[in-house]
Write a protein that binds this ligand. Structure first.
Ligand SMILES: Cc1cn([C@H]2C[C@H](O)[C@@H](COP(=O)(O)OP(=O)(O)OP(=O)(O)O)O2)c(=O)[nH]c1=O
Length: 211
């Protein structure tokens, strides 16, 4: 997809097909450019600080190579108690995550960051990209108590490996979930209502705003 928002391009800094599809639902035109960054959490880093740091880093990385564009990025993680559950490495780790999530409520947290087309002018605060806006959105998700058979089958489907917490609520993993409190699109990787508010706050022209 290539076009511009008013005079200024909007770029989605993501390799995630889910984020591309979700942002596309807002009727905005945008380009896509993935940011490959190190996603290792810092020692003792709290979940909201972690997802925000990664979202801002992705946005800044792409903003540096696309000057004059608005750059939107996000990072999603699953938080169970104090623990961050990222993407599982293999099927055994998926089974382990499913056993831990079974019958319990966890939070899905997404950091969303928008870097403005600020050129070379410094931001207001040290380390801040000019025109930067960001936020963290949290959704509570409760899993059904899962049987050993359900866990083994789900882990074998292969849909877990590129998903935080090892499941996809929008896919085969829908049966795992008993209830959800908060934004559903946040769980899939981009909270649409809040993203819209962020874009509006930053002054990005929306499809229905007057020219
Ligand atoms: C919990 C859950 C996560 N996910 C996905 C959303 C995110 O794409 C992924 C978490 O990984 P992220 O690191 O947030 O994103 P990504 O690596 O897929 O893409 P990029 O960094 O390039 O933007 O997990 C689902 O699709 N469904 C779910 O139910």
């Amino acid at each position: 997809m290539h076009t511009s928002v008013g005079q200024t391009r909007l770029v989605l800094a993501s390799a995630s097909p889910r984020r591309r599809e979700l942002l596309g639902q807002l009727g905005l035109a945008f380009d896509v450019s993935a940011a490959d960054i190190d996603e290792t959490p810092h020692q003792g880093e709290a979940a909201p600080a972690y997802v925000l740091r990664l979202a801002r880093e992705k946005a800044r990385t792409v903003a540096t190579r696309t000057p004059g564009a608005w750059v939107l990025a996000a990072d999603t993680t699953v938080v169970l108690g104090e623990e961050l559950l990222g993407k599982p490495r293999d099927e055994a780790e998926v089974r382990d995550m499913m056993r831990r999530l079974s019958g319990r409520t966890h939070e899905v947290q997404t950091g969303v960051a928008l870097a403005g087309p600020g050129g070379e002018h410094p931001g207001e605060h040290p380390g801040e990209h000019p025109g930067e806006h960001f936020m963290v959105v949290r959704t509570r998700v409760t899993f059904r108590p899962l049987s050993a058979g359900e866990i083994a089958w789900y882990a074998s489907t292969g849909e877990s490996l590129d998903k935080a917490g090892g499941y996809a609520i929008q896919g085969k993993g829908g049966f795992l979930v008993a209830g959800i409190e908060g934004s559903p699109t946040n769980v899939i990787g981009l909270p649409l209502g809040e993203t819209l508010e962020l874009l509006a706050r930053a002054g990005v022209p929306l499809p229905w705003s007057k020219p």
